[in-house]
Design a protein around this ligand. Structure first.
Ligand SMILES: NC(=O)c1ccc[n+]([C@@H]2O[C@H](COP(=O)([O-])OP(=O)(O)OC[C@H]3O[C@@H](n4cnc5c(N)ncnc54)[C@H](O)[C@@H]3O)[C@@H](O)[C@H]2O)c1
Length: 265
């Protein structure tokens, strides 16, 4: 890593908050934003992993400014405490990524109301509450919000009703906030990833009766011939918060290797 001139600086001095940043896609987004010059605050309920992720992405390079704030998105008091600390330490938020999410993979008939409340509570209510709390720190010069939705928002997959509803809700949240926040210069976009190799994906495989067959089958579903990486989503998130996308708001960008364009296999 060369910090003397060659490091890209698309997000220089901007304050970015990423939820669910202890693992997977959130960690990759935090790392990418940090590398692009942002001051990054990682939020997650997994405290040990959050501390480890922050140390890992900062490395031995003190100019890179990352910090971790333990935050469970199911807890409104923890959300407000985190935003309060960010206000005290940084005075503003320029970028928010609502990334934290969970999936349990159950048929509709077996999905309990507790399952529904937990999934919608983290994936959708959590994003709503965090955005509402964070907005008071967005400057009058504008900012950018990215919501990590999913291909499940628009395409049906087995055993995924509650998750799909939460992700469709995030797209609706994105469009409505894009309209409502445009006068403040705040752009709001979503990303709909396909299969991305993370812990969530590993868990999905583990629950399958034949993980190897499922892995091969899902790879074949992608016209581009591979599943996605967290860095693929981080690249899209960077584009959606940086100046190059300054006329883009209210969109939901597919990052799925062509998974959803195929009519049949
Ligand atoms: N991996 C995929 O194939 C895929 C595809 C489409 C969308 N997504 C979405 O991308 C996002 C990240 O998923 P991932 O694959 O990196 O999963 P992951 O499990 O690796 O990471 C999710 C993170 O969210 C955190 N989290 C969960 N509940 C939380 C809560 N209540 N409060 C705070 N943090 C919480 C977890 O601790 C974890 O760090 C999720 O919203 C997921 O739905 C993932």
């Amino acid at each position: 890593m060369n910090l003397n001139g060659t490091r890209p600086q698309a997000l220089k001095d901007r304050v970015a908050v990423v939820s669910g940043a202890a693992h997977g896609i959130g960690k990759a987004i935090a790392a990418r934003f940090l590398w692009e010059g942002a001051q990054v605050i990682l939020l997650d309920r997994d405290v040990a992993a959050g501390i480890a992720a922050t140390a890992e992405i900062s490395g031995d390079h003190p100019p890179l400014s990352a910090e971790f704030l333990p935050t469970d998105l199911l807890r409104l008091d923890e959300i407000h405490a985190a935003i309060g600390k960010i206000g005290e330490r940084h005075g503003r938020i320029d970028i928010l990524v609502n990334n934290a999410g969970v999936e349990i993979g159950k048929p509709f008939a077996e999905t309990t109301l507790e399952d529904w409340d937990m999934i919608l509570g983290i994936n959708l209510r959590g994003a709503f509450a965090l955005t509402q709390a964070a907005l008071r720190l967005f400057p009058s010069t504008g900012g950018a919000i990215v919501n990590i939705s999913s291909v499940h928002a628009t395409h049906a997959f087995p055993d995924s009703v509650a998750y799909a509803c939460s992700k469709a809700g995030l797209v609706a949240l994105t469009r409505n906030l894009a309209l409502e926040l445009a006068p403040r210069g705040i752009r709001v976009n979503a990303i709909r990833p396909g299969y991305i190799d993370t812990r969530l994906w590993d868990e999905y495989l583990r629950q399958s009766p034949n993980p190897e067959a499922l892995a091969a089958q899902t790879t074949d579903l992608h016209p581009l011939g591979r599943r996605g990486l967290p860095s693929d989503v981080a690249d899209a998130a960077l584009f959606l918060v940086a100046k190059n996308s300054s006329f883009i708001t209210g969109t939901d960008m597919l990052v799925d290797g062509g998974l959803t364009v195929r009519a049949h296999s």
